[in-house]
Design a protein around this ligand. Structure first.
Ligand SMILES: Cc1ncc(COP(=O)(O)O)c(C=O)c1O
Length: 363
């Protein structure tokens, strides 16, 4: 019970998805076509005025594509968070650069304090920064972008977990030089398979992403780049995403409803999230002592908890940070965070069961 199974889709949404799949089957167009263009336009319009969206095959490719399109000098240093499951660091390495893994704040987000604490001699070597809006929270992105612009540092917002979060005026993904999205089946806006996007205010950058995501063809059939890939979004996924778009805001509210109930039930515990528009409750993360015992007890009782994420990027064998930085906040959180079941179709009785079992486990 109560695990974030992407298969649990509300009936009306399910029917919209069936209709979209049917249309694609009938059209006979399975790569490209109007569904892909429509979805890109919808996404760009939803995120803000004057934005360009380029669909991709997944969120991870989107990060690599954004980095390649920025055309940073080879082996550039790119600041990444320590606690995003390694996605940012992997993308930096894949695109021929070096991650500089820095600490986050007490909410698990890259903050101006974490950036300001980087020694000047290290900062001088940094060309770009990936800010991950983790768990559905929005980082203090406006302040971060202003700081980065002063230093000539490019900013990529990783919005894989935060589609719809906004500061009241602008949405996550509309601040930096580029933003990346994942539509993995458990995301707030979800495909029924892999899909992603890169969003940018710069038409020139969008054109480069388009080129790189299709073999680096310029013109067609002519490879114009040494680093490129095939990272197209399937037509069927674009049609499914368009069908699901109209449910995004109400689904985000349902996720926030589950999160609020957990917070109300455990008033003495810290949670990673807020009650305003800056949070879309991708995860409902509680901070607990003796997390591993609690997690095991919940799993034994059938409650589908998870840990996002248990390993610090700079301590993964596949990640080579440019410098070893102190990561006190990230280290504190990695040992204590626990993601409680949080998805739009979770029922009241499932939420009550999670709360009851968590009370028992905390003791
Ligand atoms: C923050 C973040 N970045 C990147 C990714 C990678 O996205 P994808 O699984 O679509 O490749 C994910 C996916 O889980 C993510 O949560």
């Amino acid at each position: 019970m109560a695990s974030a199974l992407p298969g649990r889709i509300d009936l009306a949404e399910w029917k919209s998805i069936q209709g979209a799949i049917s249309c694609v089957l009938t059209s006979g167009i399975y790569i490209g076509g109007p569904e892909v263009v429509n979805f890109e336009n919808e996404l760009a319009a939803y995120l803000g005025p004057e934005l360009n969206a380029v669909s991709t095959a997944c969120g991870q490719d989107s990060l690599v594509l954004a980095l390649l399109a920025l055309e940073l000098p080879a082996q550039s240093w790119v600041i990444t968070p320590p606690n995003d499951g390694g996605f940012s660091a992997l993308a930096v390495q894949e695109s021929g650069h070096i991650p500089l893994v820095v600490d986050v704040d007490a909410q698990g987000l890259i903050s101006i304090e974490s950036l300001a604490s980087i020694p000047k001699n290290l900062l001088a070597r940094v060309s770009a920064l990936i800010v991950t809006h983790l768990h559905g929270q929005m980082a203090d992105i406006e302040v971060i972008v202003a700081w980065a612009r002063d230093l000539g540092i490019k900013v990529i917002e990783d919005c894989a977990q935060s589609i719809g979060a906004e500061d009241g005026q602008k949405k996550a993904g509309s601040f930096g030089d580029a933003a990346t999205f994942s539509f993995y089946p458990t995301k707030n806006l979800a495909a029924l398979g892999d899909a992603g996007a890169v969003v940018t205010a710069s038409p020139a950058l969008a054109a480069k992403v388009r080129e790189i995501k299709q073999y680096g063809w310029q013109p067609r059939y002519h490879l114009s780049r040494t680093r490129a890939m095939n990272s197209r979004m399937d037509t069927i996924q674009a049609a499914i995403l368009s069908a699901r778009f109209r449910y995004l805001e109400s689904n985000n509210e349902k996720r926030k409803g589950a999160f609020s109930k957990y917070v109300a039930a455990f008033p003495d515990h810290k949670f990673l999230g807020t009650f305003d528009s800056r949070f879309v409750a991708h995860h409902a993360v509680i901070v607990v002592e003796e997390r591993d015992q609690i997690s095991e007890a919940l799993l034994r009782s059938g409650v589908g908890v998870d840990i996002h994420y248990p390993y610090l990027n700079s301590e993964m064998t596949g990640v080579h940070s440019a410098e070893k930085m102190e990561l006190p906040h990230a280290r504190f959180l990695a040992a204590r965070i626990l993601s409680l079941p949080c998805f739009p179709t979770i029922s009241e009785s499932e939420i009550e069961t999670v709360i009851a079992q968590l009370r028992l486990a905390i003791g």
